[in-house]
Write a protein that binds this ligand. Structure first.
Ligand code: ZN
Length: 433
């Protein structure tokens, strides 16, 4: 699978169009922005919407108050809006408490956030777990503010309500399941979270159009508190999860980045490595670190789920990250479509991933007697194929999958697959499961 997608590809267009639709909504970890987002997704996929009440204890946390906002601005003494939430919802510190007051410039500056190093961009800032208010603006805009008496208005509510998330389950032939998760809490930012939402929505449509061996579960949740809430609510069914990915940052031009599971040696880790290798896309693989997206929760030691984080650029490493420059101009249809193809590749590799049992495990079986040397004789990759047979025979003890053996041997997966088919045809292997 070598992936070459043109910008006018229909799926690429559809992926981008969904990001465009969702972009204007002011989302947060709770509130109507999340509900509106999930309602739009419901037009594409049969999402189940879950509401968890404020105050509910979830693991070591509590479901927070629900936040909603209508309007927010700073006016100068002439009554002109010098900072206006209606122009860009990043202008408001996300989760700001309601405020209406007059304030001088020095007082106002204590509530303003800018990026002096990137003076044209508006930063994205939140204050979820500490009641506060504030505005974010470009450093140029900040420097242009004159001595004046300003009127500050934030028409928001922060009160008992719900935390909302979306979930969708696609039953397969077996109950073992693969979990895909993405966060839905960022306002008008494109790569950091709309790309993940759009890719997973299209991956659901792909899986729904066919029969699958594994069962698949998708969750669209607010970051951190959403995964903590979901884990609290679903503790008794986590044993079905055989692999999973946290999806985010899938629309930019960056190389693919796979951050491995905490366990470091799960089927998902082997499968993603194999798919990225086969896709002939630039990529890097990193070990788990307890920082990043919701894999922090899924891979906390009490759960230690076999889940990784598959992105293009990594969080915090591209200059547009968490700024107004992470907009629709940063993401491109063909990048989204390549990401979707890689995710589809992961699903397909998982579906095809096989465990074999070596039926002649005591010593090496005599390959020559079974015509296996002739079988590979004319092949240009004869030496490699022979090596692949030895790897497959040695590790086919029922505990190592083909993806795992490909990882151990550092041989290409197709070669490992071909070797196992040859050995199976000579009754040296038996397929398990
Ligand atoms: Zn983010």
């Amino acid at each position: 699978m070598s992936i070459a997608i043109k910008p006018n590809d229909r799926t690429a267009q559809s992926l981008f169009a969904l990001c465009e639709r969702l972009f204007p909504i002011c989302r947060s970890i709770t509130g109507d922005g999340v509900r509106q987002t999930l309602a739009i997704l419901k037009e594409y996929i049969d999402l189940n919407i879950v509401e968890i009440p404020t105050g509910k204890a979830v693991l070591d946390w509590q479901v927070p108050k629900e936040w909603n906002v209508q309007d927010a601005w700073i006016k100068n003494s002439l009554g002109e809006r010098v900072v206006d939430f209606q122009n860009n919802n990043l202008h408001l510190l996300n989760y700001s408490i309601p405020v209406h007051r007059k304030i001088d410039l020095a007082g106002l500056k204590k509530y303003l956030y800018t990026l002096p190093e990137q003076p044209d961009l508006i930063p994205y800032r939140t204050s979820y777990y500490k009641e506060n208010w504030g505005f974010c603006l470009s450093h140029h805009q900040y420097e242009a503010l004159e001595e004046d008496t300003y009127e500050v208005y934030i028409d928001s509510t922060l009160q008992a309500g719900h935390l909302t998330y979306g979930e969708l389950y696609i039953p397969g032939i077996i109950k073992d399941e693969i979990l895909f998760s993405t966060h839905i809490c960022h306002p008008s930012l494109a790569n950091d979270n709309l790309s993940g939402i759009s890719v997973l929505t299209h991956l659901i449509q792909y899986l729904k159009s066919r029969k699958n061996k594994f069962s698949y579960r998708f969750i669209f949740i607010p970051g951190t508190i959403g995964s903590i809430t979901w884990l609290e609510e679903n503790q008794d069914q986590l044993q079905h999860i055989k692999g999973g990915l946290v999806a985010s940052l899938l629309g930019d031009a960056g190389d693919f980045t796979y951050k491995k599971s905490r366990r470091d040696n799960t089927e998902m880790d082997f499968v993603v490595e194999q798919v990225l290798q086969k896709a002939r896309v630039p990529y890097r693989i990193q070990n788990f670190i307890p920082y990043g997206y919701d894999e922090r929760q899924f891979c906390s030691p009490g759960f230690d789920l076999p889940m990784g984080n598959l992105t293009r650029s990594q969080f915090g490493t591209y200059p547009e990250y968490h700024t107004s420059a992470d907009n629709l101009a940063l993401i491109r249809p063909e990048y989204l479509a390549t990401s979707l193809a890689v995710y589809q590749g992961v699903v397909n590799a998982f579906e095809k991933n096989i465990f074999y049992q070596n039926l002649s495990p005591q010593g090496e079986p005599q390959l020559g007697r079974r015509g296996l040397y002739e079988a590979i004789g004319g092949n240009s990759d004869a030496k490699q194929l022979q090596m692949a047979m030895l790897w497959v025979l040695n590790y086919s003890d029922g505990a190592h999958s083909l993806a795992h053996i490909a990882h151990l041997s550092q041989l290409d997966y197709p070669l490992i697959e071909k070797a196992s088919q040859l050995l199976e045809s000579k009754s040296l292997l038996k397929k398990l499961g």
